[in-house]
Write a protein that binds this ligand. Structure first.
Ligand code: TYD
Ligand code: MG
Length: 481
């Protein structure tokens, strides 16, 4: 008979230790270890008494029904899930508290319930009255969603086993669920894992789709949904800047669809509004006529997205200049800066550099290199870039501008939004994109781009505007001194 073993489990990553210690050696987080009963999720009594049952073995060639999907009624949500919720699948929606997870799921479940499906919404965080209040505010009170405020997984499973199998069950949130099979407190990794396991088993057995909501907290007090990520079929992350109204839903993992699609929403007083054309939104607050901004023609999944990159290059008073970047990979910025220094004679070691992607978007594509470089040089020489131009292209370590995928889609989107020209890699010239109607400036090396922007700077310096007198190429090399 195994005795109850107490151990210390990291609430961030789930690693177990015999003794308490300040730092988790597995994930490096501090003060995340909590004492838990770690005997596992299946009680010994069940394990030893259970008799093995026989099951049928299948052949590979058998006819399997194509995963039938349930559309959420929201195009942006369906885009991220890969076309709707798959029967029997479990999906985790993660995000900071207050970002709008409950709002999103209230809206989606209401639409599905209105379409005639049996949809159950279990709230472990809010009372029924609170959920009703939200639905009322969203104008969705009439939707036949079945609602309950419950936290016991056993009770939920037995309740839902009766009657018709629900098409979709929302569990808001997994951190509030607890199960009798383990003794740890609700919210601990062991409880979260055991509860998720029980719900996943229910989904696979009945064919109901389940959405688990998970909070991501930094301090490790509540177990992050990290441990659940491996168990579920798909993980969606709901992101956004606190100060901005844009919300981006991104697939981090998806067994039934792509992981590079994003869904864009706007939080309004009446709930989340789907943004079908994100480029218009990201460019809506463009500051026309300021040096240091360039429009990047990017691709998110299958959809082209135009977004503004903003750079600020300013002389530094620090020994080690600052490099700060929001919405882009910092190591990518370092690389672009190094190439500018090494191959284009642009000295930036005496300057602080800040780069920001407008609208709270996070860019993962290397194709943003060229737009970032253009914005940086434009800020350094204080020369405004043409407001009707888009930029895209990957920069290699040798300073060559390399081709990127999906050139026609990028150009078409730019033309649609009224842009007149595109600065792009030389090798993309041959692509059948001429019909987009843009004038193409194909460049082979980053040096060409830098020279062109510097020329704009010096032209402006010669103009009559006295304030811009010092925007000459001399400024361009100020970092040398
Ligand atoms: P909520 O969905 O409760 O967040 P989560 O479940 O991720 O914790 O959203 C909370 C925020 O959304 C809150 O700050 C208020 C805001 N909100 C609106 O701006 N408009 C609305 O119509 C609703 C319902 C919420
Ligand atoms: Mg919530």
């Amino acid at each position: 008979m195994a005795k109850n073993t107490l151990s210390f489990v990291c609430q961030n990553c789930g690693a177990a230790y015999n003794r308490w210690q300040g730092k988790c050696e597995s994930c490096g987080e501090w003060n995340t270890l909590a004492e838990e009963d770690a005997t596992g999720n299946v009680p010994v009594s069940i394990r030893s008494k259970r008799k093995g049952r026989t099951f049928a073995l299948e052949s590979l060639s058998g006819k399997t029904q194509d995963a039938p999907r349930l559309s959420s009624g929201m195009t942006e949500l369906d885009r991220v899930t890969g076309g709707g919720f798959v029967r029997g699948s479990v999906l985790l929606v993660g995000g900071d508290p207050g970002i709008g997870k409950s709002t999103l799921l209230t809206q989606a479940t209401s639409l599905m319930a209105r379409a005639g499906h049996r949809i159950v919404y279990i709230s472990g965080e809010e009372a029924v009255a609170q959920v009703r209040l939200r639905a009322e505010r969203l104008g969705l009170s009439d939707a036949p969603v079945q609602l309950a405020a419950e936290t016991s997984v056993e009770d939920i499973v037995s309740t839902l086993s009766e009657g018709a199998v629900p098409r979709l069950i929302v569990i808001d949130s997994i951190q509030t669920m607890w199960t009798d099979t383990v003794e740890s407190a609700p919210g601990t990794v062991t409880q979260v894992r055991a509860s998720a396991q029980a719900l996943i088993r229910f989904a696979k057995k009945t064919g109901a789709a389940i959405i688990l909501v998970g909070h991501v907290t930094k301090d490790g007090q509540i177990a992050g949904p990290r441990v659940v990520e491996h168990m579920v079929d798909a993980v969606l992350s709901f992101e956004g800047e606190g100060s901005q109204q844009f919300r981006i839903l991104r697939a981090v993992k998806n067994r039934f669809g792509p992981t590079d699609e994003i869904g864009v929403f706007e939080m309004t007083g009446l709930g989340l509004r789907e943004v079908t054309n994100p480029s218009e939104l990201f460019l809506s607050e463009r500051d026309l006529g300021t040096p240091g901004t360039a429009v990047f023609a990017g691709i998110e999944g299958t959809r082209p997205v135009l977004v503004e990159l903003q750079a600020l290059v300013a002389p530094t008073s620090l020994g080690t200049p600052r490099r700060a970047v929001v919405g882009w990979d910092p190591s990518r910025l370092s690389m672009v800066l190094a190439v500018l220094e090494a191959h284009c004679g642009v000295k930036l070691s005496g300057h602080d550099v800040y780069l920001n992607v407008a609208g709270g978007l996070r860019i993962h594509e290397p194709a943003a290199d060229l737009a970032a470089a253009a914005a940086l040089v434009s800020s350094l020489v204080n020369a405004q870039l043409p407001t009707d131009a888009v930029y895209f292209g990957e920069i290699s370590l040798s300073g060559v501008v390399r081709p990127v995928a999906q050139t026609p889609a990028r150009l078409k989107e730019a033309a649609k939004l009224g842009f007149q020209r595109a600065v792009l890699p030389e090798s993309a010239r041959g692509e059948p994109a001429g019909d987009a109607g843009l004038s193409l400036n194909a460049i082979n090396s980053l040096t060409t781009l830098v020279a062109e922007i510097a020329a704009r700077g010096s032209r402006r310096g010669d103009s009559s505007a006295p304030a811009e007198k010092n925007a000459t190429p001399a400024r361009f090399r100020r970092g040398e001194g």
